[in-house]
Ligand binder design. Structure first.
Ligand code: GN1
Ligand code: MG
Length: 365
């Protein structure tokens, strides 16, 4: 029996597990979809313990979050359409995780049926749906005290911290000479490193508040109803922790407004799509109107520019550190991924005026 089958048997899934298949395109955890003999399905995940030092903290955060959201919905905190969060499934011993014979940390969650994820945004209505879901998620959790959440991934989205790590990695002697691509990546970071401070400095100055965030708002973490095309859920809640909502806004736009995706064949095809950006922000800002401040609005452009740069720096650092963090399928993939994010950053910079104008327009009172 495989380790996945063994572990699936620990959880109450509404039947005996009959098939288990790898699922999704996550770069960190191992995700499977389990189908039982009764036809019920569930998501089974092995959490990457190298990345998450205390996976049990993820589960504690999920409990706090789910409780808070449930209470908010009951008290009518957010009217109208609902955003579903996947339910945590328990083990036969009443726990919300299981440890396998090799020490692997597993958890199971509800599989939200009749939904799909998108490879890329293909029309403005989808972009608006993403804006709705992210805004609604922030609205549901903005009044949750961030001190009640663990920092599941210390240093996550700490751009100055990533830069310091990049410096250490790039200072290491290399076995082979640097390729043209690598030299380009290194000089891109060196020319823009001062960007890394912008959000953390605003936080220190008290302009931006620490709030609960999602932490990983890329397009394929949004579930769409296969019939109606409406966004119904935001999944992958491992990185829910205290942070700046700007990380989520920046991450969402860097993922959705780059129609070429994170690994295109041709890097030259990467650009920031302003129409998609506008549609997401418009809907997002409507959902969050009640609690975002003037300062929050002032830093939206900086976040959109910073997060692709930060991710590019993270990919490049991992390339220099022999790919121990992000899963890769071929040598040099993390360098390629880094150059895609840098190209996107440059495209955002080229559109700075238009982006700032559209943000000013959408946030004008
Ligand atoms: C990782 O594993 P996945 O795909 O959910 C990463 C994100 C990156 C993303 C880029 C915990 O997310 O920060 O934006 O890859 N998650 C972690 O594809 O580092
Ligand atoms: Mg994730």
């Amino acid at each position: 029996m495989s380790i996945e089958q063994d572990v699936a048997g620990e959880f109450i899934l509404g039947g005996q597990a009959s098939t288990i298949h790898p699922h999704g395109q996550g770069l960190i955890n191992d995700t499977y979809v389990v189908t039982t003999d009764t036809g019920r399905q569930a998501i089974l995940q092995r959490i990457n313990r190298h990345v998450f030092p205390h996976p049990e903290h993820i589960m504690e955060n999920l409990r706090v979050l789910t409780e808070h959201v449930r209470r908010g919905i009951v008290t009518g905190n957010t009217a109208g359409r609902k955003l579903r969060l996947p339910e945590i499934l328990k083990t036969r011993h009443g726990k919300d995780f299981a440890i396998d014979t090799e020490g692997g940390f597993w958890r199971a969650q509800e599989f939200i049926g009749h939904t799909c994820t998108l490879e890329g945004i293909s029309d403005i209505a989808q972009a608006e749906e993403v804006g709705f879901a992210l805004g609604r998620f922030h609205a549901l959790i903005h009044d949750l005290d961030p001190a009640r959440l663990h920092q599941t991934l210390p240093g996550f989205h700490d751009a100055p911290g990533y830069f310091a790590r990049f410096l250490r990695a790039s200072a290491q002697p290399r076995q082979t000479g640097a390729s043209r691509e690598l030299l380009h990546g290194l000089s891109f970071v060196e020319s823009r490193w001062s960007l890394t401070r912008v959000l953390e400095q605003a936080r220190r100055e008290g302009k931006l508040a620490t709030r609960p965030i999602h932490g990983d708002t890329k397009l394929n973490n949004f579930l769409f109803d296969t019939q109606t095309g409406k966004a119904v859920s935001l999944i992958d809640l491992d990185t829910v922790q205290p942070g700046l909502i700007h990380y989520d806004i920046g991450d969402c736009l860097r993922s959705c407004a780059n129609r070429a995706g994170e690994s295109p064949g041709d890097i030259a095809s990467v650009h920031f799509d302003l129409d998609i950006g506008r549609a997401i922000l418009k809907r997002y800002l409507t959902e969050t109107r009640g609690f975002l401040t003037r300062f929050d609005h002032d830093y939206i452009y900086d976040a959109i520019r910073l997060i692709p740069f930060e991710l590019g720096m993270r990919f490049l650092t991992d390339h220099l550190e022999a790919d121990h963090y992000f899963k890769t399928e071929w040598a040099g993939q993390n360098l390629h991924r880094a150059l895609v994010q840098f190209r996107l950053t440059a495209s955002i910079e080229a559109n700075e005026r238009s982006l700032k104008m559209l943000i000013a327009d959408l946030t004008a009172v």
